[in-house]
Write a protein that binds this ligand. Structure first.
Ligand SMILES: Nc1ncnc2c1ncn2[C@@H]1O[C@H](COP(=O)(O)OP(=O)(O)OP(=O)(O)O)[C@@H](O)[C@H]1O
Length: 296
């Protein structure tokens, strides 16, 4: 039977007066790919640091692969891609990846990590002469170098080009197909939608939604009516039947509604100059904005 790769129970963590995590419960099963989403300051990085044992919770417990998080990290069972991290500048890429792979039990093949990150051609290049995206690829190579059971990635694709992003997700998919687990924080909602089995949405240090991408979208439900309108009055639009949420950006108006037929009838009756009307089902971006209270 599969166990849990990660378990957080009633975890709280504050920095002085700021509550970064306000009682978070989270179970991640082995083999799952889980995206942690949330606005800036929602607590994503803090959650990942607690999961890694790098920050202790003020209350509650964190368990990784059945034991203490720091122990799992120390024994190479967890691979980390932090949001920012320095790299040794004078060392060649290949040497760095080989050195890190060599520290893990079983001494995994460093060539595999270089290939996974698409940086085989950079193996002889000193780290100090890499671009930002190339450095991020090296960080990813270091993260997978020990063939860890759990990957914890904080905004893994920041700075990566299309090929780099593809290589990263391909590697993560290949790993989860072998029963490995990945937990990643991201601001790219399409990545969560495309690559995560599950989305955990944080706002203000609390889990406000937890489910498959489809389940999270269904929590918000309904349709979105989009149209162009000069001088739209949000208060007036909020009063239309069925409307749950209004967003106006220049002439572009989006209405979330539980009854798009009734909303459209009232909209046309109230505003003669409405143009370019479209009705779409709610996407993850809209669900994100609604569930996090618009704090994007
Ligand atoms: N070292 C620290 N000292 C004081 N406050 C902190 C510290 N680290 C984080 N915080 C605060 O804790 C809250 C959660 O921060 P955290 O970095 O976990 O959020 P996040 O969701 O990762 O944000 P972002 O999307 O901007 O990376 C924020 O209000 C932040 O200002």
């Amino acid at each position: 039977m599969k166990g849990n790769a990660l378990e957080l129970k009633a975890v709280t963590r504050a920095y002085g007066q700021v509550t970064a995590l306000g009682g978070v419960d989270l179970d991640v099963a082995e083999g799952e790919t889980v995206a942690v989403l949330g606005p800036n300051g929602a607590g994503k990085s803090t959650l990942l640091s607690v999961a890694l044992g790098l920050r202790a919770p003020d209350a509650g417990t964190a368990t990784v692969l059945g034991g203490a998080p720091l122990e799992a990290l120390r024994t190479g069972r967890v691979g980390v891609l932090p949001q920012e991290s320095g790299l040794l500048e004078d060392v060649r890429v290949g040497e760095l990846v080989s050195a890190v792979a060599g520290m893990y039990p079983g001494r995994p093949d460093p060539g595999r990590a270089l290939r996974a990150a698409g940086i085989e051609e950079l193996a002889r290049r000193p780290v100090g002469r890499l671009s930002g995206g190339q450095r991020q690829r090296v960080r990813f190579a270091l993260c997978v170098a020990g063939d860890p059971e759990l990957l914890v990635l904080d905004e893994p694709t920041v700075g990566l080009d299309v090929t780099g992003r593809r290589a990263l997700w391909q590697e993560i998919r290949a790993r989860t197909a072998r029963g490995r687990t990945a937990v990643f924080a991201t601001h790219y909602l399409t990545e969560a939608d495309d690559y995560a089995d599950r989305i955990v949405l944080l706002a203000g240090g609390r889990v406000v939604a937890d489910g498959t991408p489809a389940e999270v979208k269904a929590l918000v439900g309904g349709n979105e009516v989009r149209f162009a309108l000069g001088g739209a009055d949000p208060a007036e639009l909020e009063g239309l039947p069925g409307v749950r949420h209004v967003s106006v950006t220049g002439r572009d108006v989006r209405l979330r509604t539980g009854d798009s037929d009734a909303t459209l009838r009232a909209l046309f009756a109230a505003c003669a100059d409405v143009r370019d009307v479209r009705v779409e089902s709610v996407d993850l971006e809209s669900a994100f904005v609604t569930l996090t209270g618009g704090r994007d």
